[in-house]
Design a protein around this ligand. Structure first.
Ligand SMILES: [Fe+2]
Ligand SMILES: [Fe+2]
Length: 191
């Protein structure tokens, strides 16, 4: 499937606000890609598809899991917001024809992060929070940090997500904690 065909399908399946966010993340990912040595085409596709399973109904989630053997993380049982990342990688593969594991992992980990994230995974995590239409309180700070150092931006961004989850009284996915710890340990080692 071409990226133009992906856009047609996304526009048809996403509400207006989500579609604008999708296009914003794709553009932001492409803008940041050369800065961090990431392939622009992969950044564009991962940006376009990162939320391709967002707002799926319970029935759709069940259908995809059954049909494609997706085993969702146990945290997804209570933390529904996590489902679309993990499931999105499968949807990108089966509905959008993406077979590049780097792109699929960037979609898979875009809500939780994980220790040892690849540059593309980091880029999508950040672009999701810094695309121009996104107005979370901390966007500006993340935008400034990413101009200097993507890992610093990521430490801050993951921290913001964790605080948000705590504020809502929800479970924190352990991968987010491990991702943040890993980045901080690397910083301390100077690598
Ligand atoms: Fe998302
Ligand atoms: Fe998003």
């Amino acid at each position: 499937m071409t990226t133009d065909e992906m856009i047609v399908r996304l526009k048809a399946t996403q509400v207006e606000r989500r579609f604008r966010h999708t296009m914003g993340v794709a553009a932001e990912a492409v803008r940041l890609a050369p800065k961090f040595g990431v392939d622009g085409d992969k950044a564009y596709i991962a940006g376009l598809l990162h939320d391709c399973a967002k707002n799926f109904s319970e029935e759709q989630v069940e259908e995809y899991c059954r049909k494609y053997g997706v085993v969702l993380d146990p945290y997804c049982k209570t933390e529904k917001a996590l489902v679309h990342g993990f499931l999105g990688a499968t949807v990108a593969r089966v509905d959008y024809g993406v077979d590049d594991p780097e792109i699929l992992n960037a979609i898979y980990y875009h809500t939780t992060g994980r220790p040892g994230m690849t540059p593309l995974e980091k880029l999508i995590y950040i672009a999701d929070m810094t695309e121009p239409g996104r107005e979370i309180e901390q966007s500006e700070q993340i935008r400034e940090l990413v101009e200097e150092d993507i890992d610093e931006a990521l430490i801050y961004a993951i921290g913001c997500s964790i605080k948000h989850v705590i504020k809502k009284g929800n479970l924190i996915h352990p991968d987010s904690i491990f991702a943040r710890n890993h980045l901080i340990e690397n910083r301390r080692r100077g690598s």
